[in-house]
Design a protein around this ligand. Structure first.
Ligand SMILES: *Cc1c(COP(=O)(O)O)cnc(C)c1O
Length: 940
């Protein structure tokens, strides 16, 4: 049986598994499941999937499929450019579980490594754009532009119109149009040169591309002046590499700058994942979407990083939030920032210089041979006039192994990048029938003199210190060691499903025919990709019990958006123009109300009863009251409280009776797979978080994939894309979103099969109940369902202890770090509690170690209650304890250093040290510093 992957994926098998089942008072796991899962949702059609394959066989099968892709070099551009991933970054970040298995850095003290990397990213972006503040990534360029639209709109209540230059990337225009419609924003697409802001009624912003989609480098300064005079804002979508040599958007008046950082060392991946960026002026920073890393001080007065301005997050602002972004693209932002760290400002300028020179050689040679160019100014992209011959030239290029971009039958574009060398240049010219290259003078520029960048960027030491591979490797290792990821210990974050991300699942990402396919290659070059994606969609449709699945949404939040949009479009198509009410239980994840508002719904909250269940009477009353306008219900199942509500079927029926559609938030799908399904329960649409249930690693806060499954009636309203047959309502720039990482989930399902997936669900339920049982001796379990059982996670209540001791849930979370653990989800969905989701992948030994830590912490709290420990100066209030704190010559605390740092015997063998003491969030928010520059003030 040792070749069975499932037995490697789950943490306990055989007699250990038996022991846990017995501990819960059951003979067989089926009896436990029978009791835990309500009978009215069990059953349904048998999960029909191919037989499980071993790791070797699954890899071979996927290799065979992906071999059907054709690997050409792509100089297509349109927001995606070739790049060389520095091997030191590929091996030490992309292929390193120390980086990719980390969670979003909510527990700052054990996340300083990726927080530093993200601060570097923000510094790099704010330097390159010459804007005051940058966030730590968005999902892709199209959605970043849409977020910029919302940001600009949020400061201008009367604004109704966004002007988009017709020279923006078409995919960006498409996504912004999708996002504008439900908000009632009018989009005017036109020629920016003839656009007059003063005569455009209701104008709140303009969106421009720099350099534009056809390569041209233009001076937008007088237009932006006129835009400002009209009381509107300027959004510029910019190319990150071009910004190293071109005048920065902030220097010609842009208020917001967005773009894609992909060409800083992140492979194409057939469309993603890559990190988009956004920077804005100081005035707008408090409303900026996405996460912002800031500098603050720790308990020892030393600088430390943490997520700043968390009060902006959807969890707190809910339907008042300006954006629904939760999972972003942290791992890719880290890679892009490290590309800049490795190359430094001079290296980046050289790469940009070489890229530009390559474009100039192509331009000069083509012109000498008699071709004309559409654009006289350019950075990397030239458009060649090829009357009637575009197809023949493109075919000749393909023949030689290159993809160029077809503009129309008479124009071909070439987008140069750092991979375009001598050989590539000659081959491309040959496709145009040009034999002789013409080498122009080296240091001239194909743009107006005034648009050359004169300002410095990336001047801080971090971008100027690690340019040898040895130094770089050590810098990456140093940061990695500051972070607690899954390669250190269990991360039992409720709702986040931090399960195993198996090595075999990750390996295909490094295959060239997975990583190096441009999203807009001709269809016959992506046959393997589409076969893999179709197969995965089919499997996910079977797992969710739905008619069809779209893999386009690139995070859970985007799935919510796409699913609700499908519901909206369905109602509109039926002539139901007023079905704009969305019922959402108060226990819902913050992204739910935020997404609903973005799709134009009015959020009506539904209350929950004391047992944590949806108050069905309230739900029925609200559904009835709003029957005329009922659009949708958003519901998480099992509930965010970690219980299977047996009323779910009745709830779905109620909504349908009143004309609404049921949106299921599938973040808790790990408690359903193989046992039941959203389709079987009665939902109409559901998003999955492949980065939770289906093994894509969290990457420190992204990437993710948030596919949606839909019932038959919603199939026509799945997101389309300009490159697909269905072109309606794309929700992101690439047809298949973050295509490449779907290989991870494909591998997982292929290796588990139906039985393995079902076993995983059962083990997740067993593990959660095992932990609940062990901890219930010290902590009340807040909610339980049938027979006192929980689903795949449990909430323990810290509040009674807090009331008696003054020790807060945050103190417990910080103290867990001293024991080598990441806290479970803190104060969500209920303040003052911890939500524990162990997942199926943790072994009994690890669960026991964690429970031992939690029980020991309980004893520490009890000591405070008993008066044997000080109310303030105690193990919990002072946690976490750093090495520096415990080795200090002065130790004034009433407890010992050993109790502080080595509370468990096993830590003598191995100890994970938090790298900073407790971080002061309030101080950091009052003195907002979001780049490396200015940190000196904190170093005092
Ligand atoms: C994680 C989560 C989301 C958001 O998903 P992202 O991929 O982070 O955008 C939504 N709802 C629930 C219940 C979640 O746990």
């Amino acid at each position: 049986m040792y070749t069975n992957f499932c037995s490697r994926h789950v943490g306990s098998v055989g007699s250990t598994r038996e022991a846990m089942i017995k501990e819960l008072g059951y003979e067989r796991i089926v009896d436990l499941i029978e009791d835990a899962v309500p009978s009215n949702i069990q059953g349904g059609p048998e999960l029909d999937l191919p037989n499980a394959l071993s790791e070797t066989h699954a890899l071979n099968r996927l290799r065979g499929i992906m071999a059907k892709n054709q690997l050409l070099k792509s100089y297509i551009g349109e927001g995606y450019n070739g790049t060389i991933v520095p091997p030191v970054i590929q091996r030490n970040i992309l292929e390193n579980p120390g980086w990719y298995t980390a969670y979003t850095p909510y527990q700052a003290e054990i996340s300083q490594g990726r927080l530093e990397a993200l601060l570097n990213f923000q510094t790099m972006i704010s330097d390159l754009t010459a804007l005051d503040v940058a966030n730590s990534s968005l999902l892709d360029e199209g959605t970043a532009a849409a977020e910029a639209m919302a940001l600009a709109k949020s400061g201008n209540r009367k604004g109704t119109t966004l002007f988009i230059a017709d020279t923006c990337h078409q995919r960006t225009i498409d996504v912004v149009q999708t996002r504008a419609e439900p908000l009632g924003i009018e989009i005017v697409v036109g020629d920016w040169k003839s656009f007059d802001p003063s005569s455009c009624e209701g104008l709140f912003a303009v969106l421009l591309q720099y350099p534009d989609t056809l390569g041209s480098v233009d001076d937008y300064s007088s237009l932006i002046e006129a835009v400002h005079a009209a009381g509107a804002l300027a959004i510029v979508a910019a190319d990150i590499l071009a910004l190293t040599v071109l005048k920065a958007p902030g220097e010609f008046g842009a208020d917001i700058c967005v773009g894609n950082s992909q060409r800083f060392g992140v492979p194409f991946g057939f469309g993603g994942p890559h990190a988009a960026f956004m920077a804005c002026t100081d005035k707008l920073k408090r409303k900026m979407p996405g996460r912002l890393i800031g500098v603050s001080v720790d308990s020892q007065g030393k600088p430390g990083y943490r997520l700043a301005l968390q009060t902006r997050e959807q969890h707190i602002r809910r339907d008042k939030a300006t954006s629904n972004i939760c999972t972003a693209q942290v791992l890719l932002a880290v890679m892009a920032s490290m590309y800049a760290v490795y190359h430094g400002p001079d290296g980046l300028k050289q790469i940009a210089g070489n890229t530009h020179f390559a474009a100039r050689i192509l331009a000069a040679s083509l012109k000498k041979a008699g071709y004309e160019l559409l654009n006289e100014s350019y950075f990397d992209t030239i458009v060649v006039k090829t009357p009637g011959k575009a197809d023949a030239i493109l075919a000749a290029a393909v023949e030689k192994g290159y993809n160029l971009r077809k503009i129309d039958g008479d124009h071909v574009a070439i987008a140069a990048d750092e991979t375009l060398g001598c050989k590539e240049g000659q081959d491309i010219l040959a496709a145009f029938g040009v034999e002789d290259a013409d080498i122009p003078e080296a240091d001239q520029k194909a743009w107006a003199e005034g648009l050359t960048r004169t300002s410095d960027f990336c001047t801080s030491p971090v971008f100027n210190s690690y340019h040898s591979e040895t130094e770089m490797m050590r810098y990456l290792s140093r940061l990695e060691k500051k972070d607690l990821a899954l390669n250190e210990s269990m991360i039992a974050l409720g709702s986040c499903t931090m399960k195993l991300n198996a090595a075999a699942e990750m390996m295909p990402l490094s295959w060239p025919n997975v990583s190096s396919i441009h999203p807009f290659v001709p269809d016959n070059q992506s046959v393997g990709y589409r076969e893999m994606l179709d197969e995965l969609s089919d499997w996910l449709a079977r797992i969710t019990g739905f008619a069809a699945v779209s893999l386009q949404p690139n995070a859970g939040s985007q799935g919510e958006y796409a699913g609700l949009l499908a519901i909206r479009r369905y109602h509109l198509a039926n002539g139901d123009t007023d079905r704009n009410v969305c019922l959402i239980p108060t226990s819902a994840h913050g992204t739910n109300p935020a997404s609903a508002v973005m799709v134009g719904f009015k959020v009506v909250p539904v209350t929950c009863d004391e047992a944590g269940n949806i108050d069905v009477a309230d739900l029925k009353a609200k559904a009835e009251k709003h029957a005329e306008n009922l659009g949708a219900l958003m519901i998480t199942y099992p509930s965010t409280h970690g219980v299977y509500e047996s009323t779910i079927v009745e709830i779905c029926e109620t909504i349908h009776t009143h004309g609404g559609q049921v949106y299921m938030d599938g973040a808790n799908m790990n408690a359903q797979v193989g046992l039941t399904s959203p389709g079987f329960i009665g939902a109409d649409v559901c998003h999955l978080n492949l980065h939770k249930t289906f093994c894509i690693p969290h990457g420190g806060g992204g990437p993710g994939v948030g596919p949606i499954g839909v019932a038959e009636q919603l199939v026509p309203y799945l997101p389309g894309h300009g490159s697909l047959e269905n072109k309606e309502a794309p929700v992101c720039s690439a047809a298949y979103g973050s295509a490449s990482i779907n290989t991870i989930s494909w591998m997982y399902i292929a290796m588990m099969g139906a039985d393995g997936l079902t076993e995983a669900t059962k083990m997740a339920i067993l593990n959660a109940n095992y932990v609940a049982k062990r901890l219930s001796t010290a902590y009340p379990i807040l909610y339980t369902g049938n027979k006192g059982l929980v689903a795949h996670e449990c909430i323990i209540d810290i509040r009674p202890l807090s009331d008696a001791s003054g020790i807060t849930v945050e103190d417990v979370a910080k103290r867990l770090m001293d024991y080598g653990y990441h806290s479970p989800t803190m104060s969500w969905p209920v303040a003052g509690t911890l939500m524990i989701e162990p997942t199926e992948s943790e072994s009994k030994a690890e669960l026991d170690r964690f429970c031992d830590a939690m029980l020991a912490i309980h004893a520490e709290i009890q000591a405070v209650i008993d008066g044997s420990a000080d109310k303030q100066d105690n193990l919990l209030k002072n946690a976490p304890h750093t090495a520096e704190m415990v080795i200090s010559d002065s130790w004034t605390h009433p407890y010992s250093r050993e109790e502080a740092a080595y509370p468990m015997a096993c830590q003598r063998d191995h100890k994970f040290w938090p790298s900073v003491g407790r971080i002061d969030n309030v101080h950091g928010d009052r003195n907002l510093v979001c780049s490396c520059i200015g940190m000196e003030a904190f170093a005092e």
